[in-house]
Design a protein around this ligand. Structure first.
Ligand SMILES: Cc1cc2nc3c(=O)[nH]c(=O)nc-3n(C[C@H](O)[C@H](O)[C@H](O)COP(=O)(O)OP(=O)(O)OC[C@H]3O[C@@H](n4cnc5c(N)ncnc54)[C@H](O)[C@@H]3O)c2cc1C
Length: 379
């Protein structure tokens, strides 16, 4: 077995599989190591769908990366021959003054992004499925939709393998050591060597990285699929991806029903209770169910119905909820893409490009300064 590589990628989830693929496209000898199956439902990239959108309330600086990631999704679909990206349009609802609506409008303005603003009456006229509070308005984005996380990770891994990458599932990395331009990576099966290591270990990144100056907090997040009272209203031809601000400081969001899958998916975007990825409680509680049911009853009454499935997932949060993409502060041979804070999946193709740029060229043309570790020095 070959044990020496140009680059080793630790964690073959969203960012790891995208990084392996891009390195393999550029002719690099790359090894991807994953502790579980590829894909798996134990990290942050399961649950059948992830929202993709361009009007980005979190920070307009993400928009150039989003434009590139949309191109990356097109390329991935073309190379894999699979449909992975569904454009449904997106409807965002809240009070005009709330951070969610204001942030979305700021990013639209800064980057001149196509969008429409709708009154509550217009929202209900176009999508009678919704029952937003009286004081709410809507923003409509026709470019929004969803991507398929498990299928995308499989496609990226398969394409990387076809281009000569080595990928090992069920081989947890136990430790690494970086010295004088070489890195050794230990697993139970072997010790591997490479010029560089890229850590894309999701909720385990804090453990794999060791001390790097910023604390990553992992939180427990719950997803649910219900059978709506009126299922005919919720197919992708009649229903968009959506998010609605909740006065309690978070928002609920959801997807249209997907063919080949059963139920209407709804979840809450907030930072759940901090947990350890090794001991997380993966059983949905009565409180988890109640929270989703209450939101559906209030905001999407025709979507209310029996719960079919629930899932537990993890966010890996940075102190400012923005990603960390950089070199390890003490080891130049070690790169990291981590802290995706509950909104990273859509970026996987562009993150793969950025990590390959950093590993192979030492720099990237993509504007990532706002995601560097150094931003935390100033606070
Ligand atoms: C409920 C939920 C909803 C979300 N909704 C959206 C959305 O709508 N849109 C969006 O863009 N984003 C969304 N996100 C965020 C997005 O899914 C994550 O940001 C993204 O999946 C993170 O990818 P990752 O590669 O960092 O982690 P993962 O995909 O979890 O990959 C990390 C991998 O590293 C492996 N690993 C860890 N330690 C080791 C080790 N020692 N050795 C080997 N392998 C190891 C893990 O097993 C795992 O497979 C959501 C997240 C959740 C939880």
């Amino acid at each position: 077995m070959c044990k020496s590589f140009d680059v080793i990628v630790i964690g073959m989830g969203a960012m790891g599989s995208a990084t392996c693929l891009e390195l393999a496209r550029r002719g690099c000898r790359v090894l991807g190591l994953e502790q579980f199956s590829i894909p798996n439902n134990l990290g942050s990239s399961h649950g059948e769908s992830r929202i993709i959108r361009l009007n980005y309330y979190e920070n307009p600086d993400y928009v150039p990366l989003l434009r590139r990631t949309y191109e990356g999704w097109d390329r991935l679909e073309a190379e894999s021959g699979e449909k992975l990206h569904f454009k449904t349009g997106g409807l965002y609802m809240g009070e005009e003054s709330c951070d969610f609506i204001q942030g979305t409008l700021i990013s639209s303005r800064v980057h001149d992004l196509p969008h429409e603003t709708w009154s509550r009456e217009e929202v209900i006229k176009r999508y009678p499925q919704f029952n937003p509070p009286q004081s709410y308005m809507g923003i409509w984005e026709s470019n929004a939709g969803f991507v398929l996380p498990e299928a995308a990770i499989s496609a990226m891994t398969r394409l990387a393998l076809n281009l000569g990458a080595s990928v090992h599932g069920h081989e947890p990395v136990l430790g690494w050591d970086a010295q004088e331009g070489r890195v050794t990576v230990r697993t139970e099966q072997a010790t591997y060597e490479a010029g560089q290591v890229i850590i894309t270990s999701g909720a385990w990144a804090g453990q794999v990285l060791g001390e790097m100056g910023v604390k990553l907090e992992v939180t427990r997040q719950v997803l649910a699929w219900l059978w709506p009272k009126r299922p005919e209203l919720f197919g992708p031809d009649r229903f968009p991806i959506w998010a609605i601000d909740d006065p309690n400081g978070f928002f609920f969001y959801g997807f249209p029903m997907q063919s080949g899958r059963v139920g209407l998916k709804v979840a809450r975007h907030f930072y759940g209770p901090p947990i350890s990825p090794d001991t997380i409680d993966r059983t949905p509680s009565e409180a988890d169910k109640r929270e989703i049911r209450d939101a559906i009853k209030q905001y999407l009454p025709d979507g209310d119905g029996d719960i079919l499935s629930m899932g537990v997932c993890m966010y890996t949060n940075t102190p400012d909820a923005h990603f960390i993409i950089d070199r390890h502060p003490r080891h130049q041979e070690v790169l990291m893409a981590t802290g995706f804070s509950g909104h990273g999946f859509k970026f996987a193709p562009v993150i793969g490009e950025i990590m390959a740029d950093l590993a192979l060229e030492g720099e990237t043309k993509h504007p990532i300064d706002f995601l560097r570790l150094g931003r935390f020095d100033e606070t």
